[in-house]
Design a protein around this ligand. Structure first.
Ligand SMILES: Nc1nc2c(ncn2[C@@H]2O[C@H](COP(=O)(O)OP(=O)(O)OP(=O)(O)O)[C@@H](O)[C@H]2O)c(=O)[nH]1
Ligand SMILES: [Mg+2]
Length: 332
């Protein structure tokens, strides 16, 4: 999909290019950071963990660099086959990337020094030692006294240095440490600077105006799921997958785009919740999703939603493949 709006500051010809995997635990703000870098709310963001299910490429031109950010699912303790596929796709992204952007977040309430999260320390030890790692400390808008962050930064740098193991000759160091607020877009320019600096030399890998490698229909499905994440609670958001049955672009000016989507849930009870009293919930989801898709498409949309029970879809290879949720095989 090409870029109609959003950040594209590169006027110079590209001399550095590569893929930057955005890695970290769930909910630290990886997708919010991608959107801030793109200056466009392309990725689905929510306050629930495991929002992102498949890697999403977002291309940013910055100076003479072409940065292919790859937002990934949050690494977590998987409780389903879907969860294991999500973790695998994040690890695949680490393996394929030229640069790693390791994102952590400050905890919501801080009394005294900020301590590292044990999960972040575990992930840190697993990061590859053969590529540059930029550490991003997100959600600094939640911390009034920024000095409280300093012990955290030195503990993380020390853990990273120690994680090289006895075989390595030199201590590992972060290529840069960048405190940011992805929500208020504070520090995001510095992330672009630091990443551009360590990208491999080389010409562009994508068209000049390319934004992502996913088609519009992918985002239509994602924004229906985003509306559901916002409107429902408990197990329902995790039990939902969305597929597009029909995506018809207008053949003439003035016509609307027609989209028909199926919302898959695992049980009848979840279907009842999604449809709601006299269809009120489904209507609300449709209105929200339509507005979001229209903003990206740039034209009016007719959106039809269907709810269907697909039992145990999160555990079955066939349904995960059908829904594009298997690691690797997903981009067919
Ligand atoms: N206060 C504050 N909240 C943020 C910031 N960045 C993200 N958030 C919030 O954190 C929550 C999670 O954000 P996401 O971007 O979906 O997090 P993620 O790391 O992509 O999560 P997964 O896709 O589940 O791995 C959302 O409610 C965001 O609004 C930030 O800089 N400051
Ligand atoms: Mg995400």
């Amino acid at each position: 999909m090409s870029r109609k709006s959003g950040r594209n500051e590169g006027e110079a010809s590209v001399v550095r290019a590569g893929t930057v995997a955005i890695i970290g635990r769930s909910n630290v703000g990886k997708s919010t950071l991608l959107n801030a870098a793109l200056e466009l709310p392309l990725a689905v963001v929510s306050r629930r963990p495991q929002t992102t299910r498949t890697p999403l490429l977002g291309i940013v031109r910055h100076g003479d660099a072409e940065i292919g950010f790859l937002d990934t699912p949050g690494l977590h303790k998987a409780e389903s086959r879907l969860g294991r596929e999500m973790n695998r796709s994040a690890r695949d992204a680490v393996r394929d990337a030229d640069v790693i952007l390791f994102v952590i977040a400050l905890p919501p309430t801080v009394k005294g020094d900020v301590r590292p999260h044990p999960g972040d320390l575990a992930l840190l030890r697993d990061l590859p030692s053969d590529k540059p790692v930029v550490l991003v400390v997100n959600k600094i808008d939640t911390l009034r006294d920024k000095r409280l962050m300093l012990p955290l930064l030195s503990t993380l740098s020390q853990s990273f240095a120690d994680s090289g193991g006895s075989e390595s000759t030199a201590e590992r160091r972060f290529a840069a440490v960048v405190p940011v607020s992805a929500r208020t877009v504070d520090g995001v320019d510095r992330v672009l600077e630091e990443v551009a600096r360590v990208l491999p030399e080389g010409g562009p890998r994508h068209d000049e105006d390319a934004l992502t490698d996913r088609p519009m229909r992918h985002f239509a499905a994602e924004y229906v799921r985003e509306a559901i994440l916002r409107a429902t609670s408990d197990e329902v958001p995790h039990a939902v997958a969305v597929t597009i049955d029909e995506y018809i672009e207008p053949s003439r000016e003035g016509e609307v785009t027609r989209v028909s989507a199926t919302i898959h849930v695992e049980r009848e009870g979840q279907k009842r919740i999604l449809i709601g009293e006299k269809g009120a919930m489904l209507k609300r989801i449709g209105i929200e999703a339509r507005a979001r898709i229209e903003a990206l498409v740039g034209s009016q949309l007719h959106l039809a939603l269907w709810v269907r029970v697909t039992e145990d879809w999160r555990e079955r290879t066939e349904s995960l493949a059908d829904f594009g949720l298997l690691a690797r095989a997903e981009r067919t």
